[in-house]
Ligand binder design. Structure first.
Ligand code: HEC
Length: 204
């Protein structure tokens, strides 16, 4: 009898919690501008950690950090990831800061304490119900994601020079490229002015 009463109490509590959660959602609305509560974030992180197989966490990175691998990963990160995560991994971009949940600052402990295997698993599989997409092809070796894991662990030591180099690989719209080209031509024109008389025509 006691057991039954306890069960009814537990079910009752769960129901109350569900109703309270739905009521909060209705009151707060569905805006992506909000931050998940610390309870919601803790539960989501714990579930994500549990869902990553132990074998994936302990998988060794087949690549080692060297200047070539880092340069390749920097370029890849700038062209594919920085729109949400920013070149420096801070997550401070228009998209990154307006997603729910927001793109995290990957220079912080929460990301840096993850193993290469764990980062690889996240990059290769994405994170369901968030803005984080899956990269590479399912079931196929994904060297890029292993190299990106090395780059993410390098983020706390990223230099301003590296960030400047990455800016050249950030995706640009056709209009931005056009403007950049016009500026470069204008500057080249000024440099060439002494040696050529181009009468305002295009310099090349
Ligand atoms: C469209 C936006 C978007 C793009 C593009 C994107 N991400 Fe993410 N990423 C996110 C969001 C949002 C999260 C946080 C998800 C969460 O809180 O569970 C995230 C989380 C992560 C995490 C987990 C960090 C942690 O400690 O939990 C890693 C690693 C990561 N992204 C790597 C990458 C890499 C590498 C790329 C490019 C190949 C990339 N992301 C592209 C939005 C994006």
């Amino acid at each position: 009898m006691r057991k039954r009463a306890a069960m009814v109490a537990v079910i009752g509590l769960v129901l109350i919690a569900c109703v309270a959660y739905v009521a909060t959602m209705v009151r707060r609305g569905f805006s992506a501008r909000d931050n998940p509560s610390s309870l919601e974030a803790a539960i989501a992180n714990a579930m994500r950690s549990l869902a990553i197989p132990a074998s994936a966490k302990s998988s060794a990175n087949p690549f080692q950090v060297n200047p070539e691998v880092l340069a390749e990963a920097r370029e890849h990160f700038a062209s594919h990831c920085a729109s949400c995560h920013a070149n420096d991994g801070s997550g401070q971009t228009q998209i990154g800061q307006n997603l729910y949940p927001k793109a995290p600052d990957m220079r912080e402990r929460a990301t840096q304490s993850k193993t290469d295997g764990e980062l690889y698993y996240i990059i290769h599989n994405g994170i369901r119900l968030t803005g984080m997409p899956a990269w590479g092809e399912a079931g196929k070796a994904d060297d890029d994601s292993w190299k990106l894991a090395l780059f993410i662990h390098h983020l706390p030591q990223l230099t301003p020079q590296e960030v400047r180099e990455m800016e050249g690989f950030n995706p640009k719209s056709a209009a931005e490229l056009e403007r950049q080209k016009a500026e470069e031509e204008f500057l080249r024109g000024e440099e060439d002015e002494d040696s050529h008389s181009n009468h305002g025509e295009e310099t090349r």
